[in-house]
Write a protein that binds this ligand. Structure first.
Ligand code: PEP
Ligand code: MN
Length: 354
């Protein structure tokens, strides 16, 4: 359902929230000729703080039915409990999605799954707000067990305490791992909720396509600045069209032998470097064990904050000179440091000393 045979992305677009029948119709009328696959609109809105606009509820459901009759566009909304599933199905909503705040809660997901028993409507499951892959997979499993066969995942990014340029950190490694574990599961990128702004939507959409995503979910509003929710990240139908037109859809493979020979050669070099890195890491850990032995003899703690700071600071400076990002070097050095601590502990705390 969410994978298109011509390899072009499955496009879901529409406002964050349904506001008025006119607003919905205006957006749908401008999106329909662009050939989108599904019209989205939130009618029950989970908001972080009370007092914000929480959606119009079931009263907007007939409006969506009219949109479909008028423009031919299929519709999708978020459902967060069993009753919302019944209401949505009653009004002929074509696809349901489970929101990020529901995916975290197995009780909510199970209630939605129970309401879906025997219905087999297509369902999209957004990632949970926290970066936990098992919760995401667990929610997909619960919905699948209810008999839903047309399932897809939506990557909308993850909450973090430290705010970066994104509203929700992408942590691409999670959807990549989900794709590795469930290769046939369609993967959609919600670039709007990852970005939280208009400027980066195209960049994130392109990145998703280059990671072999099957589609995009994007918030589109006729007057973005006046939107009742998520105003900062919504774009006009005109701008949406520009973004979609700017995307490059690349192939997964080719029969061209010159290309595959070149690729093979470069990959060979990369494999050699990976092996070299592992050998270096092994040598580094042996040295950490030597340090563990002398610290043990002298009764010195494993962690020395000043030394760790020095490693990080130097690493950042050296990374800059080598065109490596600070973010990468921080993650890399942290991983090395943790492994180093583990090796020192083996020597110091578990009496494994030679
Ligand atoms: C939405 O799509 O408008 C929404 C509330 O999304 P999420 O569940 O990703 O926060
Ligand atoms: Mn939104």
């Amino acid at each position: 359902m969410f994978k298109k045979f011509d390899n072009t992305p499955f496009l879901i677009a529409g406002p964050c929230s349904a506001e008025t029948p006119e607003q919905l119709l205006e957006i749908a009328r401008q999106l329909a000729p662009q050939g989108i696959d599904l019209f989205r609109a939130g009618i029950w809105k989970p908001r972080t703080r009370p007092g914000a606009f929480e959606g119009l509820g079931a009263k907007a459901l007939p409006w969506l039915r009219e949109i479909k009759a008028e423009t031919g566009l299929k519709t999708t909304i978020e459902v967060a409990n069993g009753n919302q599933v019944y209401e949505a199905l009653k009004f002929g909503v074509d696809v349901l999605w489970v929101g990020a705040r529901s995916t975290v809660n197995p009780f909510s997901v199970q209630e939605i799954a129970d309401a879906l028993q025997g219905v087999d409507v297509p369902v999209l499951v957004k990632n949970p707000v926290n970066p936990e892959l098992e919760l995401w997979i667990g929610a997909l499993e619960r919905i699948a067990k209810a008999g839903v066969t047309r399932l897809g995942a939506v990557h909308r990014g993850f909450s973090t305490y430290s705010k970066s340029k994104f509203r929700n950190a992408p942590y691409w490694e999670l959807p990549i791992e989900l794709k590795r574990r469930l290769p046939d599961l369609p993967m959609i990128c919600d670039n709007s909720h990852i970005c939280g702004n208009r400027e980066d939507l195209a960049e994130i959409a392109q990145q998703a396509l280059d990671l072999q995503y099957d589609g995009l979910m994007t918030e589109v509003h006729c007057c973005p600045d006046e939107a009742w929710s998520d105003a900062k990240q919504q774009v006009t139908p005109f701008r949406y069209n520009e973004i979609i037109q700017s995307l490059i859809v690349r192939r997964e493979s080719t029969d061209d032998t010159v290309f595959s020979d070149n690729l093979e050669q470069i990959r060979h070099k990369i494999d050699e470097i990976d092996l070299e890195m592992l050998n270096l890491m092994a040598r580094r850990m042996r040295l950490a064990e030597d340090i563990g032995r002398i610290k043990r003899k002298n009764n010195i703690t494993i962690l020395q904050t000043a030394r760790w700071n020095e490693i990080l600071e130097r690493g950042f400076a050296q990374a800059r000179e080598r065109q490596l990002s600070e973010d990468f070097v921080e993650k890399f050095l942290n991983a090395v440091h943790q492994e180093s601590i583990a090796h020192q502990r083996q020597v110091m705390d578990k009496n494994l000393v030679a």
